[in-house]
Design a protein around this ligand. Structure first.
Ligand code: CA
Length: 227
């Protein structure tokens, strides 16, 4: 999976970007400041693209960009800017950044811009196209699930749940986390929607939904994908 580093000091914007890029199939790291970003980069030499907020405490986005380029790195850089920042400033940014996105932006806009830059950076477009777990193969391109080579028909929500699980094998996930990942941060509906969908999903993918083997229940908390 292609690795992206997201640098943004505002927690809600950072998690919005992180969640949506993960959902788009990328391996996402995060940092709340430039200082932290350089530490993360030190440990992760394989980061291919950074999403950098311009306004950061300490080392700002422009300076991060400058330092990265000064090292001779050709990693992709997408700058996040506020609507209020004038155009000439943004043009100035472009000396180091490959693209910029103006806040506020939609998940679709974000992933379209990142995918496009990834393509320009060369190599094959999509990050990993398949996730394999036990008898299951999830194809991220065609959004299809195979079990022992046989297609299982899923709704889009069921597909998103399976994808979330398969990206987080053997990790207990709370109902709330599943809700936020699958239905989005803005969804304020009842957590029961998660249980309802998982019950239906078990009927489709388990050999016996009464004694689930793949989607385990973590009592009083949520669920876990048993890889
Ligand atoms: Ca900021």
């Amino acid at each position: 999976m292609k690795k992206i580093l997201v640098i943004e000091d505002e927690d809600n914007i950072r998690s919005f970007v992180v969640i949506n890029l993960k959902r788009a199939g990328y391996d996402v790291l995060e940092a709340a400041s430039g200082e932290e970003a350089f530490e993360v980069l030190e440990r992760n030499r394989d980061v291919v693209l950074m999403v950098v907020d311009l306004m950061l405490p300490g080392i700002d986005g422009y300076e991060i960009c400058r330092r990265i380029r000064a090292r001779g790195s050709d990693m992709g850089i997408v700058m996040l800017t506020a609507r209020s920042q004038e155009m000439d400033k943004v043009t100035g940014l472009m000396t180091g950044a490959d693209d910029y996105i103006t806040k506020p932006f939609s998940p679709a806009e974000l992933t379209a811009r990142i995918d496009a830059l990834m393509r320009r950076l060369g190599g094959n477009t999509a990050p990993s196209e398949e996730i394999v777990s036990g008898p299951f193969v999830l194809n991220l391109k065609s959004r299809t699930l195979l079990k022992d080579g046989v297609r299982i028909e899923l709704t889009q929500v069921e597909y998103m749940i399976v994808k979330t699980f398969m990206e987080n094998p053997n990790r207990a996930m709370s109902r709330d986390e599943i809700l936020k990942t699958v239905w989005g941060q803005e969804y304020y509906g009842d957590l029961k929607i998660v249980d309802v969908n998982i019950r239906r999903l078990r009927l489709k993918i388990e050999e016996n939904a009464a004694t689930p083997k793949y989607i385990g229940t973590v009592w009083g908390f949520g669920y876990k994908w048993e890889a």
